[in-house]
Design a protein around this ligand. Sequence first.
Ligand SMILES: *Cc1c(COP(=O)(O)O)cnc(C)c1O
Length: 389
Amino acid sequence: MQIKTAARLGLLPPYLFAELDRLKKEVQQKGVDVISLGIGDPDLPTPSHIIESLKRAADNPINHRYPDYEGLEQFRKTAADWYRRRFGASFDYQREVCALIGSKEGIANFSTAIVNPGDIVLIPDPGYPVYYSGCVFNGGEPYFLTLKKEHGFMPDLASIPAEIARRAKMLWLNYPNNPTAATVELSFFESAVKFCLKNDIILAHDSAYSEIAYDGYRSPSVFQVEGSRECAIEFHSLSKTFSMTGWRVGFAIGNAQLVGALGKVKTNCDSGVFQAVQEAAITGLEGGDGDKLAEYCAIYKERRDILVGALRKLGLECESPRATFYVWSKVPKGYTSVSFTERVLKEAGVAITPGSGFGKGGEGYVRFSLTVSSERVREAVDRLTALRF
Ligand SMILES: *Cc1c(COP(=O)(O)O)cnc(C)c1O
């Protein structure tokens, strides 16, 4: 039999990272101790009070059954309380908060809830790939907003043609940003909300890195802007904040109709978050971790300072990020994102991510992750220094 898969699978770009994974294995097989600055996955462990909470919750037979679709009442309430403490915005946890199996799940399913065939979706480029796949899987037409250095890696909303703005259904934003590590001030969200309200566009903000910040920076929420509740939803994740990527838990918060629409899709394709994980997530969100999160941010900051200082010495142009655990750097003259990534991997045994893997707008850049120890960052830096480019 000839198997014919859905045409939508053909809409995905070739998976650039697969070829680099192959190359990385090849280098490792030669006995090279590869330092991986490629993936966005914290190396620091989940704080122990969260793990203890999971252990207790796992023993309770109530938690062995199907969870509620929308999440435990206590989880949603705790998420709303955390949100109010952090951003000063209050939400009705019954109607305006929904538990997610990690925010990636929510981001993908939200597109299914919103996008009709032919709808235009405004997508940052470079950007997290799920905004694009969610759009095209549902027949939407992506319109890319290039994030340029000279514009602080923020989309220039004023440059969007009126006809596109009129037809657009949704705008994706993500600050602190992956992969550029750019941050914004509230004024940017003010202009984004204004733009969305004027053009009847849904504002979807991915806030996965809101708590990974340095130098006193506090990232804003779109819900600190007046009028945002009419048009916006925000996606939060415990993955980066609490080093819980493997646990799969996050939440969506915002406009009740938008949260409700997402919930409708979810009831038809998943059955919620393991309740023991939700109980552990409650423990995390309630705080009481001493200063674990501050301690983790201080660790990322130390690594950042080592890496940024060294890259600049090598003549690579990069900002020192105020948030996220990434450093977004220009490649040296004469290289593309991929050719630089390949040379660094083959000759220095350092794995990084080519910016072009996040969209055309990322060409000419590479992303370094700060998810290895300072010692390893130093070693990576020494190896890069020996390269000469
Ligand atoms: C890591 C990440 C996410 C989601 O992570 P989950 O583990 O699914 O919560 C979402 N958006 C961006 C930009 C990310 O980097």
